[in-house]
Design a binder for this molecule. Structure first.
Ligand code: GDP
Ligand code: GDP
Length: 435
């Protein structure tokens, strides 16, 4: 999927535009710092095309001295990692020095750039758009993110300018992405997987960018590693930026089936790990957690392992049914196990439960613990089935009053499914529908 980045100085209306384009007005940031980043990453659909949208503004550290430099670096990352850049300026403010700086960076890239003159709320405002020609980025698209006017034309233009994703020919084998924050050990583990044996690595040619898939075929395993080149090719200027690892992760996650999330054992789980975890969840991908650099940890007792595992699962709750492997990319301890587990998790993603068996197991459980009645009305679940041909295992429960079955009960049903069939690592859907 193509990736579009919104750049621009603070207060020009980037997040308003982001909300407008993704229709995520209701998805508000949570009050726990670093947990929900909904306003910065979303999907946008227009006339049959779909792309991902990232608002760079959400990742700016707001302290005055490093501020401008931080945004400038963000723009550079965006030009390296995105497929198209939306450069937003404020029509009511005119061209600022900073706009000129950014325009200079953008003029140098080969990427398509769309100049967006925001806050064009009326015809008089539109008149001032001409000034922005001086940025050398072509015709400014006037929009009002606040009212939505002009955004349709803007989306037409974006879809038209997006590079035609040359479809890579990929075989129907598992696609694994190694993700995690900088220095967690992503390139090290990929090197451990691939080694220096060139003959087991086949790059798929035919795209303008580096291929994002590297085929791996060894020890009876057959799979793609996603975005291997991107992870191994490092950019020293920007790799410490959280935004950089997010941009890198998005592409890899979107194109994978199973994500191998690398956590640095010496640091434990931090907000940045959570952001990547949330990208995995929002894309409905399967998960294997690798606690890497285990060689550096002194206390390897069962208690220490349990404590570490619990800490991770507590952070990721309510999704807790995923494998955690303590490994070392450096000494290659349990590297094989990581691959083996990723294969198993991929298989779980494809799990099928027969309708008869499902009802045999689930209906007695439901009878013993039925959904709580609401307003004196009894809720009856009569029948359930797994939907065919879905991305992830999806189950429908048919009820007389589906609207009264709440989240906690759906979670109960999900847990019971997980207890009875192995779905470890895979997200699952539970739907309640009218009989
Ligand atoms: P960001 O810092 O670039 O993400 O900017 P925001 O989206 O937070 O918007 C900054 C301010 O500009 C807010 O007060 C918005 O309500 C306002 N704003 C955003 N878009 C428009 C617009 O199209 N017209 C007007 N008049 N105000 C807008
Ligand atoms: P990336 O940024 O996620 O790709 O991380 P790298 O693979 O570049 O690793 C960052 C640093 O951690 C490097 O200095 C690695 O040598 C080191 N490193 C990676 N994995 C391990 C490990 O399992 N044990 C130890 N001791 N060091 C590791």
């Amino acid at each position: 999927m193509a990736l579009v980045a919104i750049v621009g100085r603070p207060n020009v209306g980037k997040s308003t535009l982001f909300n407008r384009l993704t229709n995520t007005r209701q998805a508000i940031v949570s009050d726990v710092a670093g947990t929900t980043r909904d306003r910065q990453y979303g999907k946008c659909e227009w006339c049959g095309s779909e792309f991902s949208l990232v608002d760079t503004g959400g990742w700016v550290v707001n302290s005055d001295d490093i501020f401008e430099d931080a945004i400038r670096r963000q723009v550079i990352v965006a030009t390296e990692e995105a497929d198209l850049v939306l450069f937003v300026v404020d029509i009511k403010n005119g061209v600022t020095d900073w706009d000129e700086d950014v325009a200079m960076i953008l003029r140098r890239t080969k990427l398509p750039v769309v100049l967006v003159a925001n806050k064009a709320d009326n015809n008089v405002d539109n008149y001032y758009a001409a000034e922005f020609y001086s940025l050398g980025l072509g015709e400014p698209q006037t929009v009002s993110a606040a009212t939505g006017s002009g955004t349709g034309d803007l989306l037409d233009l974006v879809v038209e300018k997006l590079p035609n994703a040359e479809k890579e020919v990929v075989e129907n084998i598992p696609r694994f992405a190694v993700v995690g924050r900088p220095n967690a050990g992503k390139s090290s583990i990929i090197n451990a997987f691939i080694g220096e044996e060139r003959n087991i690595v086949t790059e798929i040619a035919g795209t303008t960018r580096d291929s994002i898939y590297t085929k791996y075929d060894k020890f009876g395993f057959n799979f793609y590693l996603v975005d291997t080149a991107g992870i191994r090719r490092k950019n020293k200027v920007t790799e410490d930026l959280e935004f950089y690892s997010v941009m890198r992760s998005i592409r890899a996650i979107e194109n994978s089936d199973v994500c191998i999330l690398m956590i640095d054992a010496t640091r434990g789980i931090e907000a940045q790990d959570m952001n990547i975890f949330q990208l995995i969840q929002r894309n409905n991908k399967s998960l294997v957690v690798v606690v890497n650099k285990w060689d550096l940890v002194e206390d390897k007792s069962q208690i220490a392992i349990k404590t570490f595992e619990n800490a991770i699962r507590n952070r990721m709750a309510p999704f807790v049914d995923f494998p955690i492997i303590f490994a070392s990319a450096l000494t290659k301890q349990r590297i094989f196990k990581v691959l083996e587990t990723a294969q198993r998790v991929y298989a779980n993603r494809k799990a099928r439960v027969g309708t008869t068996k499902l009802n045999e197991v689930m209906l007695p459980l439901i009878e013993a613990f039925p959904p709580p009645s609401i307003k004196g009305k009894y809720i009856k679940i009569k029948y359930c089935a797994q939907l065919p041909e879905t991305q992830i295992p999806s189950f429908v429960f048919y009820a007389n009053l589906p609207q009264y079955v709440k989240e906690p009960y759906k979670r109960f049903l999900e847990n019971k499914i997980r207890e009875n069939w192995e779905m470890t690592g895979s997200p699952i859907n539970v739907f309640i529908r009218q009989k």
